[in-house]
Ligand binder design. Sequence first.
Ligand SMILES: *[C@@H]1O[C@H](CO)[C@@H](O)[C@H](O)[C@H]1NC(C)=O
Ligand SMILES: *[C@@H]1O[C@H](CO)[C@@H](O)[C@H](O)[C@H]1NC(C)=O
Ligand SMILES: *[C@@H]1O[C@H](CO)[C@@H](O)[C@H](O)[C@H]1NC(C)=O
Ligand SMILES: *[C@@H]1O[C@H](CO)[C@@H](O)[C@H](O)[C@H]1NC(C)=O
Length: 462
Amino acid sequence: MGGSQLLSPPPKLLAALLFLLWMQEFYKLDNILLHSFALVNQQNEEKEKSLMLDASPNSAPQPFLPLFAPSPMGTPFFHNTTPKLSGRCTLNFPSVDSLMSTTAVDCWTSFAPFLANVICCPQFQATLTILIGQSSKETGMLALDSTHSKYCLSDIQQILGSQGANSDLQEICSIHSSNLTRGSCPVYDINGFESVVDSSRLLSACGKVDPVTECFSQICQNAVLEAANKLALRDGELMASFSIQNSLIEHPSKIDSCRRIVLRWLSSRLDTASAKQFLRRLSNCNVNRVCPLDFPDIKGVAENCGNMIKNNTACCQSMENYVSHLQKQSFITNLQALGCASFLGRKLQEMNVSTNIYSLCQITLKDFSLQAVGTQESGCLLPSLPSDVAFDPSSGISFTCDLNDNIAAPWPSASQISSSSWNKSVNFPALPAATSSQFGLIAADMMTCSCWCSYGTEIGCT
Ligand SMILES: *[C@@H]1O[C@H](CO)[C@@H](O)[C@H](O)[C@H]1NC(C)=O
Ligand SMILES: *[C@@H]1O[C@H](CO)[C@@H](O)[C@H](O)[C@H]1NC(C)=O
Ligand SMILES: *[C@@H]1O[C@H](CO)[C@@H](O)[C@H](O)[C@H]1NC(C)=O
Ligand SMILES: *[C@@H]1O[C@H](CO)[C@@H](O)[C@H](O)[C@H]1NC(C)=O
């Protein structure tokens, strides 16, 4: 099928996007973003239809790259401005130059809120960790003091902002200057760290993190936690009377502070690119486990679809209206969409909606991701291992979508409700490269979904 056609949108479509993005400078962003999706849909309707038909079980679909082009008419969409630096932050910014540029694009002004959960914030946090890790090689310290942390966080925001990032990353990603300090971890200098932690063991567990197996084997995550525990227990007071298990329960914030110290130390031992890769892979496991959407009250759907459905049209209308609220929120991954579909399905079942209304109303996984309100097939689900956002001066901002998303949302079955624990022997699905993604793998996804849902109070499937 015409994958290459997709990668370079037709001139007419591109022109429309160019215009919309130019308007973005003047109008409120979300409307424009959503409208630009609508326009893509309208103009490309025929093409999309044939595309979706092509995404049949037997074909291997190509990744879909939505393109958000720079604005025309000589207004540069991408402008480097000069950052206003405090002059009081000692972090070594030039050493992580290309990392910062990647982060600025991942957190691109208008897209940051929509990519916050999956791409922007994990990358922003990795950047902070690596900056402190790298500078520890000079200072010997794996944390900033509270004064410097304020200057540094502000400088980092300035630098990223000057390269096109959203100017409100701290708010979007809930980062405070205290996140750069030692928090309540008692050990935060390299010498102290290495006298407490078995560093070669830690490095061998985390030097090469597999993006798929790490999510269920947790080899690196467990090693990090173990090291964090040792640091946290360094106070002495707890040594004798608490087991490690108890200290986890008693001192979650201390363990968490120490966990950040461990990640910084690891980042100081790896080159920037490897450190970024390992941090993103770890955070990705957590990202995919949680549905990040806010679910409004489902009473309306329950009224129209609960018990015996009296009127299919009315039921599906209320369901479509409901999902339209979900579609204004965020780009999510295919695995998150499975978790979201499962969560909503359970909520509906609790309200006596026993019919599979996903099937009745043709709700697909993609319906849970950001898209134009009221139009179908205009959204995009990200792959379970989302790549960084790309910037190209001529074609603009782009990111890879997973085309395996046009399948019916799975309605949770009764057996899933009764299962009670995360079964680690069930593989986290491998859907990494969009190019190698196969429709058949979705079946593995569904199995995994049932696991997180019974596991996760975090997505509320209790
Ligand atoms: C930053 O620290 C605050 C508490 O000081 C915490 O609530 C927040 O979750 C932390 N943010 C991250 C991204 O770790
Ligand atoms: C079903 O609901 C639709 C939309 O609310 C309404 O237009 C239609 O008349 C209803 N049909 C019946 C048989 O009640
Ligand atoms: C679900 O149905 C049962 C039995 O039909 C009823 O007792 C219960 O109140 C209903 N729950 C809701 C939330 O409507
Ligand atoms: C996990 O799954 C495997 C294979 O599917 C099964 O043999 C094992 O008993 C399961 N473990 C639990 C705790 O359910």
